[in-house]
Design a protein around this ligand. Structure first.
Ligand code: FES
Ligand SMILES: [Fe+2]
Length: 477
């Protein structure tokens, strides 16, 4: 780890992306490709290891596992998180196997050796029975893993030479900071076992192009439900305000009835609230309800901008009255952040809308299996005690208890994984305009596998992370 594979040769990558808008099918099931990801990608990237609410008190710890690596993440001081490789220095037993509080430190169940939360060895049973070299203090200390915090989460990187987390987040970090995502707390946490490659699962959330066909309930009135109309991409910037979840139809008339506009807005908020069991809260819908009688221009684009200003203010005031601060929604609108879905390379998503958000993390379990976690994140008054979130037992992808929108997304995935194997399907055909993110992060994976120098990879990762519905980018290698 940390060693540079200086021989940059993308030609050495099996099933490499050689044309930016074509993704070879074998990348989603080939064992050799998977093993290269295991060896060259995962050991060198920042991974979201846990939500900070999982370890609220000093001494609280949890275990983050990915592939064959297991890491203890522990709160050593109110604002300090540390991480260690999760093994006993004696004979390698995994030191902890679930969350807990290390009041007396970590105790190995096998022969009772102990460590404090800083990772120092504090006890060896019958130390005189061991040679001096096996009792060296430094050697017995737990092995540190690089760790940092951002956005209400603890992150780890197995590469001690990796660039700092904040740098690696690229524009994803500051953009999500606009929403004050670090103050969000877990409302619920579920997970699914998906019988698909981890990348396939992620790509279902990297473009809004599928919405018309997969989630027709989210379409605005008058919009065509013809599969594949990426409506908002054709709209002028001002029409995209607020369109992160309410797209305005190109078929929208020149004049609209303001009350119809507001009805639709509230209807779509409700669709999202029900369909995601979150992302928009009931309280946020109630604020919109209270604005039902406001006066809006009849021009649909002006109606949207006027409505957004009024709603943003009313919502900010409502949160404030309930003892909470949300991000500056006018600033977010002005930044033209048209997509509600935001990706952080390699495996994390945040989906903030107004004051609440959904979040995803995806981990590989094998070439054709992955663990997909979903959180609904809400804002709570500072003094409100929340239960400590506990890792959920994964549910099948087709469990009817899933909210409607993820259920619709999950329904496509196993079919897609099977289709990839069938004769004659060599590669996916991407839109360079709206499916560019899929190409960008896949080519970044090739960069890791090929051993592109880490400064170049870090720079590319910064550009890849951010909103979805992106165009194909030049990654600089
Ligand atoms: S393996 Fe942990 S104390 Fe022996
Ligand atoms: Fe979807």
């Amino acid at each position: 780890m940390g060693t540079e594979l200086n021989n940059v040769d993308l030609g050495r990558v099996p099933h490499a992306v050689t044309e930016v808008d074509r993704i070879p099918a074998k990348r989603y099931y080939d064992r050799e490709f998977y093993d290269l990801e295991v060896g060259n990608l995962w050991p060198r990237v920042w991974q979201m290891a846990c939500r900070l609410e999982e370890i609220p008190e000093v001494g609280d710890y949890t275990v983050y596992r990915n592939l064959d690596q297991s890491i203890i993440v522990v709160r050593t001081a109110p604002d300090t998180i540390k991480a260690y490789h999760n093994h006993c220095r004696h004979r390698g037993v995994e030191l902890v196997n679930k969350s807990g509080r290390a009041a007396g430190g970590f105790i190995c169940p096998f022969h009772g050796w102990r460590w404090d939360k800083e990772g120092n060895n504090t006890f060896v049973f019958q130390p005189d029975a061991f040679s001096e070299q096996n009792m060296c203090k430094d050697d017995l200390a737990l092995r540190h893993v690089k760790a940092d915090t951002w956005g209400g989460c603890a992150w780890i990187n197995l590469d001690e030479y990796a660039p700092p987390l904040l740098e690696s987040l690229g524009e994803f970090g500051p953009q999500m900071d606009l929403y004050k995502v670090d103050e969000l707390k877990v409302e619920w946490w579920y997970s699914a076992h998906l019988p698909v490659n981890w990348k396939l699962a992620m790509e279902a959330f990297m473009e809004g192009y599928h919405v018309a066909s997969t989630h027709p309930q989210l379409l605005p009135p008058g919009a065509t439900s013809r599969p594949g109309e990426a409506l908002w991409l054709k709209l002028p910037e001002e029409a995209r305000l607020g369109s992160r979840w309410l797209t305005m139809s190109p078929a929208m008339p020149d004049e609209i009835e303001p009350s119809d506009f507001i009805d639709t807005y509230i209807e779509k908020m409700t669709e999202l609230h029900v369909g995601m069991a979150g992302m928009v809260s009931q309280e946020e819908i109630a604020v919109a309800e209270r604005l039902r009688d406001v006066d809006l221009p009849r021009n649909p684009h002006l109606a949207m901008t006027t409505w957004r200003k009024l709603y943003n203010q009313a919502l900010t005031d409502d949160y404030r009255e309930r003892g909470m601060e949300i991000g500056n929604l006018d600033e977010i609108d002005a930044a033209g952040m048209a997509s509600g879905v935001n990706f952080c390379f390699p495996h994390f998503f945040l989906l903030p809308v107004h004051g609440v958000a959904s979040s995803y993390r995806i981990r590989p379990l094998g070439p054709e299996e992955c663990l997909f976690e979903l959180w609904s994140l809400k804002r709570y008054p500072k003094d409100e005690k929340r239960p400590v979130p506990v890792a959920p037992t994964p549910k099948p992808h087709d469990d009817p208890q899933w909210p409607e929108i993820p259920l619709q997304d999950y329904a496509n995935l196993p079919r897609q994984q099977r289709g990839l194997h069938t004769g004659g399907f060599e590669f996916m055909r991407l839109s360079k305009e709206s499916e560019g993110l899929i190409s960008n992060y896949q080519r970044l994976i090739d960069g890791y596998i090929a051993g592109v120098p880490s400064d170049k990879l870090a720079h590319a990762a910064m550009n890849v992370s951010g909103g979805i519905d992106r165009e194909v980018l030049d990654l600089g290698f």
